[in-house]
Design a protein around this ligand. Structure first.
Ligand code: BGC
Length: 395
């Protein structure tokens, strides 16, 4: 063959190779797209059946949530499923069931399946650092979801609500409903292993502290908080001391037991018309039931957050005073959009940063809404957050 024919043949061969590469890439994209939304795909603790061939592994997003024991995270699961189906993204959700070891195994199994982005809501902020480090070492982007992973530089982005605003909204509700002075105040907080517990309390303290200092409220269940009542800004160590005395560990039983022992220790004069800072809906319902059962408690005001359906019904029934709606539709779609940005090699939008005790992590926090009996219909039902049919006696 003369050199000209050789060149022609070579050119033809090159064209054929390129066409076949394009076809392969297209078929890869097609197989990694999310399956059409079926009725809520099952998310399990054990790795679920893969939704796309693991071989291609392209574009898979792994989502790891802390526990199925709390309705809050079941909400996020359902909203995630809707968000990634809408975005046409291949994703898989696993639950850690309260164990940092399971969380790490979940992340590793998703990376082994080809996940290029992990959206992780840590069970324990500090323990998740090693998991984030392992993901970074594997070239995988880490999005911290709702709770910040601390003590590592391997967090690429933080998708969150404005957690200080959550605490501030809870405290504002109590302040707005208090008259005169000497009102008994009971403080409850989240798990010390969750960075959010600090942010919620910090936000609440900024609003409550002036009203504790001026005598509007008298703290009844934390000697540490009483000792710090004249300090508008607390250090993390000071917050940790108060959390140490008031933690619910995000568990319903722990919350109930603590409320019971606080009420047992309290004198009749420490009861009557009381104000309760409860950190979230699950613990709020436990604490509310406990206070309601005490004959010396004549009235109570109690906070919450998450707009869980059971708490929405409690609000309608007058058993819980307020909740803070953190619209998980927004949070999950922001997380999915951030994952898509990383998959495309770009960076998600940032409006602020959160320090995770190692670096300032870029974030774009979402707003929160206070919900009481007065606006429950508009904020929860008319907004489409939960269907009216799920509740009785909607005002
Ligand atoms: C979340 C809350 C949730 C709590 C307990 C926090 O980190 O922000 O929405 O209620 O954990 O799971």
């Amino acid at each position: 063959m003369n050199p000209r024919n050789n060149r022609l043949l070579f050119a033809l061969f090159a064209v054929l190779i390129s066409v076949s590469m394009v076809l392969t890439a297209c078929s890869g994209a097609a197989t990694t797209a999310a399956p059409a939304p079926t009725s809520a795909p099952a998310a399990t603790t054990a790795p679920a059946a893969t939704t796309a061939p693991a071989a291609s592994g392209k574009g898979l997003v792994g989502i790891v949530l802390p526990t199925k024991n709390e309705p809050r995270w079941i909400q996020d699961q359902a909203r995630f499923q809707a968000a990634y189906a809408k975005a046409g993204l291949n994703a898989e959700i696993l639950f850690s069931e309260g164990s940092s070891a399971t969380e790490k195994a979940n992340v590793e199994s998703l990376i082994a399946k080809g996940a290029k982005v992990i959206i992780l809501c840590p069970q324990d902020a500090a323990a998740a650092a090693a998991t984030a480090d392992a993901a970074r070492a594997a070239g995988v982007k880490v999005i911290s979801y709702d709770r910040l992973i601390t003590n590592t530089d391997a967090v690429d982005y933080y998708v969150t609500f404005d957690s200080m605003a959550v605490g501030a909204a809870q405290a504002k509700y109590l302040v707005d409903n208090a008259k005169g002075t000497g009102n008994p105040l009971y403080l409850y907080t989240g798990a010390a292993s969750d960075n959010n517990a600090f942010l919620f309390f910090e936000g609440a303290w900024e609003v409550l502290q002036p009203k504790i200092a001026d005598g509007t409220f008298v703290i009844k269940n934390s000697s540490e908080a009483v000792g710090l009542k004249d300090k508008p800004k607390l250090t993390r160590d000071e917050e940790a001391k108060i959390i140490g005395q008031t933690t619910t560990d995000w568990k319903f039983d722990t919350a109930k037991n603590l409320a019971e022992s606080n009420l047992t220790a309290a004198a009749k004069t420490d009861k009557g018309n009381v104000y309760i800072l409860a950190p979230n809906d699950g613990t709020s319902r436990s604490i509310a039931d406990t206070f309601a059962a005490d004959k010396d408690v004549t009235k109570y005001y109690i906070t919450g957050q998450d707009a869980e359906e059971a708490s929405v019904q409690y609000i309608i029934d007058g058993k819980q005073s307020m909740t803070v709606l953190k619209d998980t539709r927004t949070l999950t779609s922001d997380a999915i959009a951030a994952a898509i940005a990383f998959l495309a090699g770009s960076t998600p939008p940032k409006t602020t940063t959160y320090n995770n005790l190692k670096i300032d992590v870029p974030a774009k926090p979402s707003e929160v809404v206070t919900v009481t009996k007065d606006n429950v219909k508009a904020a929860i039902i008319d907004s489409g957050y939960w269907p009216a049919a799920d509740f009785k006696n909607v005002p």
